[in-house]
Design a protein around this ligand. Sequence first.
Ligand code: MN
Length: 228
Amino acid sequence: MVEFVIPPFPPSSVPVAGGGLFPVRRIFCVGRNYADHAREMGADPDREPPFFFAKPADALLVGGADMPYPPQTANLHYEMELVVAIGRAGTDIAEADALQHVWGYAAGLDMTRRDLQNAAKKEGKPWDMGKGFDHSAPIGELIPAARLPEPDHGLIELRVNGAVKQSSDLGKMIWNVAETIACLSRLVRLAPGDLIFTGTPEGVGPVVRGDVLEGTIEGVGQVKTRIA
Ligand code: MN
């Protein structure tokens, strides 16, 4: 038997409400999925096809742990998002079948080094270092889809130090969960363990050390972290 040449590492995972761990394989994120957020970023939200970027699986931050302020930025932003966890593999998934591939849902934060992302955009370079850095994906407990109706509407809100910064409704997503899964599955084969961050509503902004971020999605759950 061929052996690993360094110790193999356990998968990243998300705690499930009620017990257990959901192992995470990949993290995909949707860009500009709420019209008012697309506008605040200077883009035209006229239902351009969804586009995707990724974070490494080990960017997850669970259990309400502190998020260390990341290096090489002076403009760390929050983006409050609904997260979909995939439980069944598929390619070219039809919209009508898409929700059967969902294992569960969670509230998450797509933390962003906005200065690095903006510089990359301007120069036509990749977003990876603006988006996919260490601890850039705080996430709350996963709620099994079996216990939840499809979250196609409901308040999505983020508070910083108790003040509401983002407040919208899941119904305002340009591409809903089923459409997003269908689109992404035409680009890659979705597999159990994949997470999809489905995009943020308007109101993104900067945080500094000491700030406490509390996100809530009606019917889904919460995510919490403190910038350390
Ligand atoms: Mn985002």
